[in-house]
Design a protein around this ligand. Structure first.
Ligand SMILES: Cc1cc2nc3c(=O)[nH]c(=O)nc-3n(C[C@H](O)[C@H](O)[C@H](O)COP(=O)(O)O)c2cc1C
Ligand SMILES: C=C(O[C@@H]1CC(C(=O)O)=C[C@@H](OP(=O)(O)O)[C@H]1O)C(=O)O
Length: 388
């Protein structure tokens, strides 16, 4: 399974094509819209999210509520395009207007300067339109297809916020999947700890008032995976490695951890590795889950627990120094609009990019042409694992 996205932040639309989903799988646009709506919520977003109402147009691969086995094409229209038609239209600018609203001032921390150098653009708009995290809406659409496949196989995925600006949520490993989903949905910052969530909101309001931005940590939690998905035999088949790559590819994400993550560097082996148990009903299990559901690039059958670190948003109302690429003069960056914190939205993006990698690994391991056959094979495998 693979996917491609196309489209600019203020262009007409975003397009996603997902290829490799089996035929005969139930899929509706509501499955996708639910995910798109989740991504748009969250305290700390700027004015752009008030303009957009992300809804998908299914443009291929689905008929009467079922997948065909052909590529699935999805379109999300940018409502903001109507304000940018003259700037983002495909026709050349009228004579004499070429330099109108050309962007020559790169923002520290965004893709602006490196992108302009790499692609030889003197108008930084040609970079920022595609490097913008608007594209994550298209990635969420792809992930929503994957999440739907996992749901029909009894695998649930949720993303939430663990930390914002140094304020940490108290972790509660006993929370059920249903509680994780419900609380993260109710919380304006998608935090499972209500008290910490309130403090996070205050921190976001303060950052916004100060013209600054803040980052944090998101966590994705997956239940229902059988043991032995992924592989140890080759670097590019290790599922934890693929997940790490997918998480680090999200805009502004700078680090990934599984389970106790970097904390493992400070502990002894006896305090890190999860002891193995067995009982008649479940088969093998781990007494703890410090390694976050992976050993040897394969799932252990315990929940997958992965964290991603998001840096603060680069576009700031508070000026940072930069250099104009035309005049080469120093200037203090000032901007029109931006998010001050997007960690709650990014937790949803992370949920979907991780879901995609997990679904892809499952499709590689089991028969993948027809969904009912896939489902039967996964059920038989689960039973095999239980009796092993
Ligand atoms: C959901 C989401 C929303 C974002 N919103 C903004 C924003 O409003 N302004 C901004 O400068 N960066 C925003 N970013 C981050 C930039 O897109 C990102 O920093 C930029 O693409 C450069 O990539 P890098 O930080 O991974 O190096 C957002 C990221 C995410 C995931
Ligand atoms: C549009 C989205 O996020 C955008 C990501 C983004 C950036 O630079 O990454 C900049 C902002 O867009 P604008 O410049 O239009 O205000 C965010 O709103 C979205 O998440 O749908």
């Amino acid at each position: 399974m693979r996917y491609l996205t196309a489209g600019e932040s203020h262009g007409k639309q975003l397009t996603t094509i997902v290829e490799g989903i089996p035929s005969l799988m139930p899929l509706t646009k509501e499955d996708i819209n639910e995910s798109l709506l989740r991504r748009q919520k969250g305290h700390g977003r700027g004015k752009r999210m008030q303009i957009e109402k992300d809804l998908v147009d299914m443009a291929g691969g689905v008929r009467h509520g079922y997948t065909l086995g052909s590529p699935i094409a999805m379109v999300i229209h940018n409502d903001d395009f109507k304000h940018w038609e003259d700037i983002m239209g495909e026709d050349p600018f009228p004579e004499g207007e070429q330099i109108r609203r050309v962007v020559t001032r790169p923002r520290p921390g965004h893709a602006d300067l490196n992108g302009a150098i790499k692609y030889g653009h003197r108008d930084i708009r040609n970079i920022l339109e595609r490097s913008s995290a608007r594209e994550t809406a298209a990635r969420v659409a792809a992930g929503a297809v994957a999440k739907t496949l996992l749901k029909h196989l009894g695998i649930q995925v949720v993303g939430y916020v663990n930390e914002i600006a140094g304020i940490k949520a108290e972790s509660n490993p006993d929370l059920s999947m249903e509680e994780r989903i419900r609380i993260s949905e109710d919380s304006p910052v998608r935090c499972l700890d209500e008290q910490a969530g309130k403090q996070m909101m205050d921190a976001i309001d303060k950052a916004k008032k100060d013209g600054d931005s803040i980052g944090g940590v998101a966590e994705v939690y997956i239940e229902g995976m059988p043991a032995g998905v992924g592989s140890y035999v080759h670097y590019d088949r290790k599922l934890d490695g693929r997940i790490a790559g997918a998480v680090a590819s999200i805009n502004a994400f700078k680090g990934v951890e599984f389970g106790i993550g970097f904390e493992a560097a400070r502990l002894n082996g006896s305090q890190v590795h999860d002891e193995i148990g067995w009982n008649e009903e479940e088969g093998y299990f781990r007494q703890t889950n410090r390694l976050g559901g992976f050993e040897g690039g394969m799932t252990t059958g315990m929940p997958i627990v992965v964290k991603g670190v998001m840096k603060p948003i680069p576009t700031l109302y508070k000026p940072l120094q930069s250099v104009d690429i035309d005049s080469k003069e120093a200037f203090n960056a000032s901007i029109e609009r931006s998010d001050s914190c997007a960690v709650p939205a990014a937790a949803v993006v992370m949920e979907h990019v991780v879901a995609f990698e997990v679904a892809k690994a499952i499709l590689e391991q089991f028969p993948n042409d027809q969904f009912p056959k896939l489902k039967k094979a996964v059920e038989e495998y689960r039973e095999e694992v239980r009796r092993f």
